[in-house]
Design a protein around this ligand. Sequence first.
Ligand code: NAD
Length: 317
Amino acid sequence: MNVLVTGGAGFIGLNFVHYLLEHTSYQITVIDSLTYASHPQEIQALTSNPRLRFVKGSISNKSDLEATMDRKYEAIVHFAAESHVDNSIQNADDFVQTNIVGTYQLLQQLKTGVAKRMIHISTDEVYGTLTPVQQPFTELSPLSPNNPYSATKASSDLLVRAYYETFKLPLMITRCSNNYGPFQNKEKFIPTIVLKALQDQQIPIYGDGQQIRDWLYVQDHCKAISLILESGTPGEVYNIGGGNEKKNIDVVKRILEIMGKSDKLIEFVEDRKGHDRRYAIDSSKLQSELGWKQSSTFDQSLLNTVQWHINNFGASI
Ligand code: NAD
């Protein structure tokens, strides 16, 4: 069985490639343009496994994409994206190119019948923000993105939905909450805290630090995607949440505690534009229909993640 993974050299994609190599016998093709957020050495190293083929190319470039279409795929799992909100506020060009145009190019390829199904990996950010008392987002919540990144993801979700309705392509969408775990880029929240704390530098926290995120361990996310790959229904959206709603400030304090560092490193800085206050996601559909449940706890997985980042940064600082 052949599987194409777009963005397989990035944080979640790379964890998913490891997951497939470990838990399945699939032949895997990865296409990734190797942006700053990728792990080129890690993906190259994995090509020593004959089950993994790596193609360096952009999904928004038709001929790059066609280079991977020399075989029929049981499934495509589409992770490739520009994913950092702060960058999208500075300049959203690459976000429009990859997240919207790239997804469009992929959908065009699917029209040729190259794959039996595709999972489009999206985000809870497409739903916008919640007040402290609102119920978590369900798959039926309206799309209400508040920043350029989430707007491009919502746009790609709508393209996927339209290609399902118009061309009856076998497409599914997943919307996950904030992931954490190995291989996350150092620009993101948890790695940033670990890196700054290791160097005894001030840790910048946006606004009052009371923003709430729902943390999902990347291994649990991979397991959910794998279940959807096997038994998901085309045309459906599946929310994947960690059920771990935490205030940003509390996550920072817990990491400092794990690392034996002082809270005095925390520095409140001007809030980010369009900063969503709270995300929380209802995964009951995935649990009841496909039997997904998490196998990790936030405390243990956070500990493992902090340790992973310390080891990873150790060599570079
Ligand atoms: P990431 O930024 O770590 O990795 C993205 C990967 O895509 C990189 O390897 C990059 O080189 C590749 N890429 C970028 N543009 C490309 C292009 N034009 N062609 C081919 N490859 C390209 O992102 P991530 O955190 O692993 O996120 C993966 C997916 O999950 C994204 O679609 C993101 O929107 C979604 N998501 C992530 C989170 C999270 O917490 N990380 C939460 C919700 C949803």
